[in-house]
Design a protein around this ligand. Structure first.
Ligand SMILES: *Cc1c(COP(=O)(O)O)cnc(C)c1O
Length: 363
């Protein structure tokens, strides 16, 4: 620390100073199975077509502020009900922040089950909201509805975030339990469907009928993580208010044009998702056969497993030393003790992972 830093730090809010910045491990040369990315690229002739489209882009001009062409394509691709409105974000992370900024006021609470996506907590904290969480059931990570009902009564949450399928547990929450929470909630309920394409279930069809319901999607997990594009669907009234908080031109021109292009190749992505779902079952069975690890069933593009033969940290290090990067979840939540999360890769990548796993467990 240089002289004067302490003086500057005094101006940073204590709750911000208490946070750590979002940590991403440098993959180096590792097979990258840590971040739920789609492992497949595009055929060369699709890449050529895409580059041709980009040639016509005027980067000296601001993007279309409403991203109208892209929004229209997303509506069709995601079967957004006609009377619902859309808000696009620089990733769904930005949409989470917009929602939190919109409701932030003294004494207001964001409620989520836990373990879940960590950004809900950090964004709520930065936006000056209280954060409350209800533990999921330890055996199957289902919602503890008794505890959820009590928490809703007690905190009267301004927003409830429910990721379904949930990250990092991979399970979907029961439809009737989601419906009950939407009914009971005094405030907004955001169903985060980042992994819905891998689960083939959605509450998108209810947007517009339920006034407090927002459904969030992202293109990150289905193959466009580098573009940063999140989608929020809600009633016209709610989206109109949230749109006031969005910074102008938050979705850049290259993202608008590229995502729009990608959506004209829906078949390509559907096929990649089909392959990932297939590899997920194979990988699940392979992990089940190994006595040292215990995987949970998943409806997403990753698997959570507990290791019993050694510590999660030593398995994580052992895999990394053998060229495979996954995510160590140990320490992030009591329910995730000795757990790790692996993203489903290509069939070849999954074999590399399983080989490295066997060798690391032997060590
Ligand atoms: C990855 C993830 C997101 C973030 O998606 P971006 O669009 O890349 O910001 C949101 N919600 C959940 C549950 C996720 O796992």
């Amino acid at each position: 620390m240089v002289d004067g830093d302490a003086d500057v730090a005094r101006w940073i809010r204590p709750e911000v100073r208490a946070l750590s910045s979002y940590h991403v491990t440098d993959p180096g040369e590792c097979v990258k199975l840590d971040a739920m990315e789609n492992p497949y690229s595009w055929p060369p002739q699709v890449v050529e077509e895409w580059l041709e489209r980009l040639r016509g882009v005027c980067v000296n001009r601001y993007p279309d502020p409403e991203a109208r062409v892209l929004a229209a394509r997303l509506r069709t691709a995601m079967a957004v009900p006609e009377d619902a409105a859309l808000l696009l974000g620089n990733g769904s992370d930005e949409l989470i922040q917009i929602i939190a900024l919109a409701v932030s006021d003294a004494g207001r609470t964001v409620l989520t089950p836990e373990p879940t996506f960590v950004i809900y907590r950090s964004v709520a904290t930065v936006c000056g909201l209280r954060y409350a969480s209800v533990p999921l059931r330890a055996t199957d990570f289902a919602l503890d509805m008794e505890a959820m009902r009590r928490a809703i009564t007690r905190y009267q949450p301004a927003v409830i975030f429910l990721a379904s399928p949930n990250n990092p547990t991979g399970n979907v929450f029961a439809a009737e339990e989601i419906a009950e929470i939407i009914d009971l909630a005094p405030g907004l309920v955001v169903i985060d469907e980042a992994y819905a394409p891998f689960a083939r279930i959605s509450v998108m069809d209810q947007v517009g009928c339920r006034e407090n319901l927002l459904v969030m999607r992202t293109l990150s997990k289905v193959g466009l993580a580098g573009l940063r594009l999140g989608v929020l669907a809600g009633t016209a009234g709610c989206i109109r208010e949230l749109n006031k908080i969005r910074l102008p031109y938050n979705v850049n021109t290259l993202t608008q044009v590229s995502a729009e292009f990608a959506l004209t190749h829906q078949g390509l992505f559907d096929e990649q998702i089909r392959k990932i779902r297939h590899s997920r079952s194979e990988l699940f069975r392979a992990l089940q056969q190994r006595t040292a690890v215990h995987p949970w069933p998943s409806q997403a593009n990753f698997l959570l497993f507990r290791v019993s033969a050694c510590s999660a940290a030593s398995l994580f290090d052992g895999l990394r030393a053998r060229g495979v990067l996954i995510k160590n979840m140990d320490g992030s939540n009591p329910l995730l003790a000795n757990c790790l999360r692996v993203t489903v890769g290509t069939a070849a990548e999954n074999r590399v992972f399983l080989n490295a796993l066997d060798r690391a467990l032997l060590w």
